[in-house]
Write a protein that binds this ligand. Structure first.
Ligand code: ZN
Ligand code: ZN
Length: 135
């Protein structure tokens, strides 16, 4: 995949670049990821080798860590968009795929924590797919 990947938050205050490859791409249905996203699952790219560079707005980013866990979520304090974070222990970076502006040539590796999926998260590929708002 491209060595440089860029992304931003919804309001544009935060921009970042990731240099280096992603190693995995997971759709996580755990309860915390559902809270983080307000959706059925998170879509996160993981890398041990890549580096995260803030192009602007690093001061606008806050990180919430769930006590006594390694779960964390970084977000823009203006618009609330999910943005990348790096582990305190140097154990790599996590990049929400939805905040990327660059195309990536990776597809998700797996759905994970499916035992925690929402009760309505069933055969979502089978319901009608509309190109925009239904008429
Ligand atoms: Zn923002
Ligand atoms: Zn999760």
């Amino acid at each position: 995949m491209a060595a440089n990947t860029e992304g931003s938050c919804s309001c544009g205050a935060v921009r970042f670049r990731v240099t280096g490859p992603f190693e995995s791409f997971f759709l996580c249905h755990c309860r915390r990821c559902r809270k983080d996203t307000g959706s059925a699952h998170a879509a996160n790219l993981f890398s041990q080798a890549a580096e995260l560079h803030w192009l602007r707005g690093q001061d606008t980013v806050r990180t919430y860590r769930v006590p006594h866990t390694r779960h964390r979520k970084s977000f823009c304090t203006i618009c609330g968009s999910s943005v990348p974070n790096s582990a305190d222990d140097g154990a790599g970076i996590v990049v929400p795929a939805g905040c990327l502006d660059s195309a990536i040539d990776l597809l998700p590796d797996a759905h994970i924590f499916c035992a925690s999926r929402a009760e309505w998260d069933v055969r979502l590929e089978d319901i009608p797919h509309c190109a925009a708002l239904p008429g």
